[in-house]
Design a protein. Sequence first.
Length: 437
Amino acid sequence: MKVVNLLRRAMHNSDSSAQSLTEILAGIANQSDLLNRRFEAVIAGLIAIDQKLSELVQLQGSQAKLTARLIGSFARGESPPIGYVPEEAIAKYPVVVSPICDIPYPVVDLALLDLLPAVASSPELAAASEFFLHNAAATRSLVSALSHALLYALVRNLLPEHVIEIGTYMAGTSEAICRALERNGKGVLHTTDPFGERAPAVLSQWPSELRRHIRFYALDSMQFFSEITKQRDTRADLVFVDGNHEYESAAFDIGSAARILRPGGFIVVDNVSQAGPFLAARDFLALNPQWTECRVTNHPYDATKAFDSERSNIPGTDFIVVRGPANYAVGDRPVTFGEFPLRSTGFGEIVVLVADQVCDGTLYVQGVLRGFSSHQEPVEQVNSTSRTLSAADAGAELRIVLPMDVGSGFDIARLEIWLTWTGAIALLIRQPPSVVS
Ligand SMILES: C[S@@+](CC[C@H](N)C(=O)[O-])C[C@H]1O[C@@H](n2cnc3c(N)ncnc32)[C@H](O)[C@@H]1O
């Protein structure tokens, strides 16, 4: 009877068919030989259905189903079973993975803003670069061995919980990052690429020690950032921007990366020899003066060249590396840290943690609260207040009264907090503002 129920479940829910098949096989092993023979034909039919479904998913060009399986699996901290990626894809992209080992890296003082010259001239970085030059994954990446060594060194030093890569391609750079996470003994790389079957096929062949440090999303960067910002706790220490190289896409990726970055984190922008990523990084730095460009050399910008292979100020790479301020900065342009769901339909106070230094000025706070329900139209409320601050508020936890409530009858309330500051220098805050009910 148990086996029959399992079969019914498998027929009705194609998503769980692979898992159900495993359970069926386990169940059948305990049945009599007679039962085994009876079910043989049914199982063969189910396997054929499962194969057809995989083909259909591919034919539609949609990786959504595949991604859901991979994410679900990784989210439980497991390696994805090989069966989750079509066998043809694996056969098309067979990979060799070099053994996991210690790779030298320079230990740096992260408090130093100008840390790249010391990193670049260190013998450890040269040794790491030598490793990545001969790493089997070198043929699966579009960046140099030195670029891998630099990213490896950054991840080893940052000890991040989360790293993000936009543009996985064949996961060559993902591997360099995951090698560092594996040695750190913690951390997850969230990597996204909307095209093709390449990345899942490659990842399914990685050893489990590396796979447990990666989550692959078959999404474009816009969908990806929308998803990842819903996980409020996922703030990255490093974002590698290497997706679509059009100016608008690169600008979006850099701006979105900045919003999800932890204070003092790094955004590494690849392919700055191309005008799109280069101008996007440059415009970002111009708009955000609290951010620093980390460089080794100081080539002046040749405005007559759209494409310039000599442009990067980190020789041996095609990178611009920008680093966020040690605290979140609020200036005279309204800033938000994104919309987030509330536990109830309203709240009473906004909490702002001020950094150790503050000048005289006024902090303007606006809440935009939206209520959603399955049985009535959505509502939007806006409420505003302000607080004058002085040096005496340095390090304070400000509790700013701003009561808002969409009222009962709404299933979900989502809040956007906007901050604006008028002071001689930017107001630094220690973390994104939160609420007290
Ligand atoms: C230069 S390759 C990435 C190379 C990879 N990071 C490496 O170091 O080996 C660019 C990748 O970005 C992907 N891509 C293109 N548009 C994208 C988008 N809007 N969002 C995310 N990835 C995108 C492409 O499919 C391609 O695989």
